[in-house]
Design a protein. Sequence first.
Length: 205
Amino acid sequence: MMHRTAGLVAVTTALLAVAGCGGANGDGSGSTPERSTSGAIEATEPTVAEGTFAPYSPSATAIAYDPKLIPSGASAHLTIAEIADTTTVTLDVRGLLPNRVYGAHLHTQPCGSTGTAAGPHYQHRPDPALSASAPSVDQLYANPQNEVWLDVTTDSQGTGMSRSTQQWRFITRPKSLVIHAEKTETADGKAGTAGDRLGCLSVNR
Ligand SMILES: [Cu+2]
């Protein structure tokens, strides 16, 4: 009994340390159970991105391409938390049109002057058929377990929240969250598509 309780306390303490403390230096914490296969997946602090949508400028964090569907003053807040082998991504939006479904995904490229700048969706296992001119629409790759889909339905105030949990951690960091005009398609041949790109939030810039 004593041993089991002590073990649980130790594990809990270690998880709290990983989740809550970003200090990788100075306290001998070199033994945290992080993957090092790619060398790129070291962060344990949550990534947070937020911004108020505005027309494009090079310094803008959140860009609205369609001010009718992403009204002035609308905002988004994104959190990416990676703990052990699990990634939880949470999106909060405010000020969008009320009672409406928006598609939303993490994309690989930074936001730019047009919606296409954000490039394709992040795929944990990349679709070999993907190219700059051909989006991945194969269900095998374009699905909410292999990509991060954050479709959100707003309430009567234009506020909404969505969350996606994955059983993996990012191999490369996504650079943007794109908000689309429609709910994300799941049918093979158009899987992952969600209509026009209405807005873009910069992530990991
Ligand atoms: Cu998208």
